[in-house]
Every structure is written in structure tokens, then in C-alpha cells.
Ligand binder design. Structure first.
Ligand SMILES: NC(=O)c1ccc[n+]([C@@H]2O[C@H](COP(=O)([O-])OP(=O)(O)OC[C@H]3O[C@@H](n4cnc5c(N)ncnc54)[C@H](OP(=O)(O)O)[C@@H]3O)[C@@H](O)[C@H]2O)c1
Length: 326
């Protein structure tokens, strides 16, 4: 597997997002199957694994930690924390204590003595990004984390935080169908030498072309509420799948692989972390690292995309609606 640099961290060009093994897409595999899957991903060349305190309320960290235990020193482990506004977080010292307790709990669940990349999962408008960055600097000095990042932050938040404690990577939603960060965040990462990790790089699976307007989703599956999966939007976005399918045929690849190869070609500091619960798809996604687009092919895809309008999206607000649909 080719590797890439997220600032000073070297990771496989395609990582593995482990969220779906605990939540997000309805049913989850048997625990032993999930552990096997994570280890298989490593055998297929993946050295970058993504989890979070939030996924399965800590269960995902326990699972990922156990699966990676035999290979811990060979991989880059990323996790995330959330910090809500409380009286404790109103002072820097209190905020530090709150974050210390989160990282300590994550380290315990993960069964490791350090997290390689620790992201603030969502920005909190009541807590200055500078204060979070200051806390991250302390965690780095203590050796609890090697680097840090933000998720879904703005250009301004990135610049302000980076000035206090240099950021390793930003993790935000990015795919051939969701390009909002191309305008400011990705150029800022390039300018500041920060890596960019793309979550939902397959548009929650839409870009694989394996889901149709008639596919139904049940239980706690985000695709029930993500608007890019509404029947009319799936139909309206068919031209995008046609472009991916055409290129897939030309390149002897799959549409999902073309979608990932497209962003790998875009910038050498972008690393997608697709997630899947089946071995075939995990392997398919990791193999996208070997699908190389030429500049001409990349430009041709760009020209095709320019003619296409994208319908629907994936937002936190929509996903929150799932809570009331149990
Ligand atoms: N920072 C954040 O706020 C944030 C938010 C969301 C996610 N993440 C991270 O990013 C990772 C990836 O995000 P995501 O799950 O939204 O990404 P994604 O890879 O775009 O979508 C995953 C979905 O696509 C399906 N899929 C994946 N590969 C496929 C393939 N080759 N063919 C057909 N279907 C395929 C999966 O279904 P099957 O499982 O059935 O294959 C799953 O339903 C997560 O695991 C998590 O670690 C971070």
C-alpha cells in the first residue's frame, strides 16, 4: 500500500473508518467478525484506523483497541473527543481537566498508552479554539497523543488553533459529491502543511453505485435520514454514477474505487477513510490506492462533474432525526 503524510504522521493512502462496526448503518457484525475485519484491513495494507469516543458510546474504541492490540506499534490510531460546555470548561484549567479525563478514558478503552491523532469531534462555539489547542499542546507534551486535529472546522478555526499548537490533520466530510471544503479549508491545509482526512468519502456508500432508489434502510441507519438517499435524489444523482461507472469500465476498477482515486489524485495530503462491514468491500476500498488516474483522466472527470448538479447531502442535523425514529 502506498503511504501519505498527514503533517508528520505517515499513514496508508487509504485508511479504514471503523464507525460502522458499532453504529451508523443499522446492523453491526458479530464482534469476532469485526475484529477479524480490522486485522484483515491491516493485512491488506491499511495502517490508518479511525474511531471515536462517540461511536457506540465507547464500544468502538474497545473493539478497535482489541483488534489492533497485536499490531499497535505498526499502525496509526486516530480517535476523537467531544467536549460540552459546563461550569468546569469555563476556565482553561477546568477545560484541561475535562479533556484529560476524556483522553484517559479513551486510552483505557483502546488499551494503549498513546493516541496518534486525537481530533476535536465538533467545534464548540462557547469554548475558544485557542483553549482547546492549548490543552492539546499539553497532551502532546505528556505523550498521551502524538498529534491532534479538528473535525468540521472552518478556515478561521483552523488558523487560530494552528497558531497555538500546530494541527496534524483536519477530518471533515469530503467526496466527489460533497466538495464544500475545496473553497477554503483544503487550500488552508495545503498552505499550513496540515493533512486532510476525508470522512464519508463514498458519500455513505452512494458512490459505489450499489444502492438504488428502491433500496430500503431500517433501524438506526443514517441513510433513512440523509437526504442524498431519498428516492428522488438517488434518481436525480444518477448522472454522477454514470460518470463513475464509465471511468470504472475504462480503468478496470469499480465506481467506489474511482471516487476514491479521484480524491487521491486531487492532493497528496488527502487521505480517505471509507468504512465497510464486509471484507470484500474493505478490500475493494483499500485497493483504490492502486487505481491511478492520469492528469487527463482527472481533468476529464472534472469536466464531466462541472455539468452535473448534486442533489441532497449528509448533515448532522438530519442524522440527529434518527434518534426519534427508533
Ligand atoms: N468526523 C466525523 O464527524 C465523522 C463522521 C462520519 C464518519 N466518520 C469516520 O469516517 C468513516 C467513514 O465514514 P462513512 O461511514 O460515512 O463513509 P463511507 O465509506 O462514505 O460510507 C460507508 C457506507 O458505505 C458502504 N460502503 C462502503 N464501501 C462500499 C463499497 N465498496 N461498496 C458498497 N458500499 C460500500 C458501507 O456499507 P457496508 O458497511 O454495508 O459495506 C456503509 O454503509 C467512519 O467509519 C468514521 O470513522 C467521521
Amino acid at each position: 500500500m502506498k503511504t501519505r503524510k498527514l503533517s508528520n504522521l505517515e499513514v496508508s493512502a487509504v485508511g479504514y473508518g471503523c464507525m460502522g462496526l458499532s453504529m451508523g448503518y443499522g446492523s453491526v457484525p458479530e464482534r469476532s467478525e469485526s475484529i477479524r475485519l480490522i486485522r484483515q484491513a491491516y493485512d491488506w495494507g491499511c495502517t490508518f484506523f479511525d474511531t471515536a469516543q462517540l461511536y457506540g458510546d465507547g464500544d468502538n474504541e474497545i473493539l478497535v483497541g482489541e483488534a489492533l492490540q497485536p499490531i499497535r506499534d505498526n499502525i496509526v490510531l486516530a480517535s476523537k473527543f467531544l467536549v460540552a460546555t459546563t461550569e468546569q470548561t469555563s476556565t482553561r484549567e477546568g477545560l484541561l481537566e475535562a479533556i484529560q479525563s476524556r483522553v484517559d478514558a479513551s486510552l483505557k478503552r483502546l488499551g494503549t498508552d498513546h493516541i496518534d491523532l486525537y481530533y476535536q469531534h465538533r467545534m464548540n462555539k462557547d469554548i475558544p479554539v485557542e483553549d482547546i489547542a492549548w490543552c492539546m499542546g499539553i497532551l502532546i507534551r505528556e505523550g498521551k497523543i502524538l498529534g491532534w486535529g479538528q473535525s468540521e472546522s472552518t478556515e478561521e478555526e483552523i488558523r487560530r488553533a494552528h497558531a497555538v499548537t500546530p494541527i496534524t490533520a483536519i477530518q471533515s466530510q469530503y467526496s466527489i459529491m460533497e466538495r464544500m471544503y475545496e473553497k477554503d479549508v483544503i487550500p488552508t491545509c495545503e498552505e499550513l502543511g496540515i493533512g486532510f482526512v476525508a470522512f464519508s468519502p463514498l458519500g455513505n456508500g452512494f458512490l459505489s453505485g450499489k444502492y438504488t432508489a428502491d433500496t430500503t434502510y431500517t433501524g438506526l441507519d443514517a441513510r433513512r435520514v440523509i437526504t442524498r438517499f431519498s428516492k428522488e435524489n438517488v434518481l436525480a444523482n444518477q448522472p454522477l454514477l454514470d460518470v463513475l461507472t464509465d471511468f470504472a469500465h475504462q480503468k478496470g476498477a469499480t465506481p467506489a474505487q474511482i471516487a476514491l482515486a479521484w480524491m487521491l489524485h486531487k492532493k497528496d495530503f488527502i487521505v480517505p477513510i471509507p468504512g465497510s462491514r464486509t471484507p470484500e468491500r474493505v478490500q475493494e476500498n483499500l485497493d483504490a490506492a492502486d487505481v491511478e488516474l492520469t492528469d487527463a483522466e482527472f481533468n476529464q472527470i472534472g469536466a464531466e462533474l462541472a455539468k452535473i448538479e448534486i442533489y441532497g447531502n449528509r448533515t448532522d442535523e438530519d442524522i440527529a432525526k434518527l434518534r426519534n425514529m427508533r
